[in-house]
Write a protein that binds this ligand. Structure first.
Ligand SMILES: [Zn+2]
Length: 237
């Protein structure tokens, strides 16, 4: 990835603690190393993500927030916002869209990264979680056109135009990011989500996925995205 592709600021909008670490943390870590300021927005606390007997939603939310904070510290993420919607019940409502518009207007990211709301079958063995689709839909709807519309929810802040959206999980990616330098950091951040890992070591799975993605693009490890450029940057003229 050339230096001019690295944004000065980025907002990651995902459904659950660990979503960004599984999917795009190699890219995020590389951008942070290059000086990008990254803010995470967690729509839910992942408070239904446990099969442990005796676990409560309240305790799990607390555990998963702490794990996400530790993962963010590993990556160097500067800010985390937990919106506190319930895990397993996320919907792309107007309330969620307005919450995201408020955060986009407040933090003014150049780039937003999120999951693909159209992705239902990522493989022959996985049905995509509805919360992932809901978070992606709400994020895209908040970016365009809502955040840039001064007359829409003016109480949520002045308009802000996001330049690019990086969508993870689309079947037709158009950008491959070399994460060879940051894959160990990605795995270290993922391992901070101990409540989700149990005894499982994600190293081989992550390396396998990202090697597969990078293979045809001359990269040892890569993450791929569908990148939507909403407005040309001046340097492109
Ligand atoms: Zn998830």
């Amino acid at each position: 990835m050339s230096e001019r592709d690295i944004p000065g600021s980025a907002m990651v909008i995902v459904a659950h603690p660990d979503d960004a670490e599984f999917t795009m943390a190699g890219t995020i870590a590389g951008w942070i190393r290059a000086g990008c300021r990254v803010i995470y927005v967690l729509c839910t606390d992942g408070n239904a993500g446990s099969h442990e007997p005796g676990m409560t939603r309240e305790r799990l939310a607390q555990i998963r927030r702490e794990e996400q904070r530790a993962a963010c510290e590993t990556l160097g993420v500067s800010d985390i916002v937990f919106l506190g919607y319930d895990d397993g019940q996320l919907q792309p409502t107007l309330d969620l869209r307005r919450d995201l518009v408020r955060l986009i207007r407040q933090h003014k990211p150049e780039v937003v990264l999120t999951s693909d709301p159209t992705s239902l079958f990522r493989s022959d063995r996985y049905i995509n979680h509805p919360d992932h689709r809901a978070a992606g839909q709400a994020a895209l709807d908040a970016v365009a056109p809502a955040s840039a519309m001064p007359l829409l929810w003016p109480e949520a802040g002045g308009p802000h135009r996001v330049l690019k959206v990086y969508v993870y999980g689309n079947s037709e990616p158009n950008q491959w990011v070399d994460i060879t330098e940051t894959i160990e950091l990605k795995i270290a951040a993922l391992k901070q989500h101990a409540s989700q890992m149990g005894d499982w070591d994600p190293t081989d799975r992550i390396k396998g996925w990202n090697a597969e993605v990078g293979k045809e693009h001359g990269m040892e490890y890569a993450e791929s995205f569908r990148v939507i450029t909403l407005e040309r940057e001046e340097s492109d003229d």
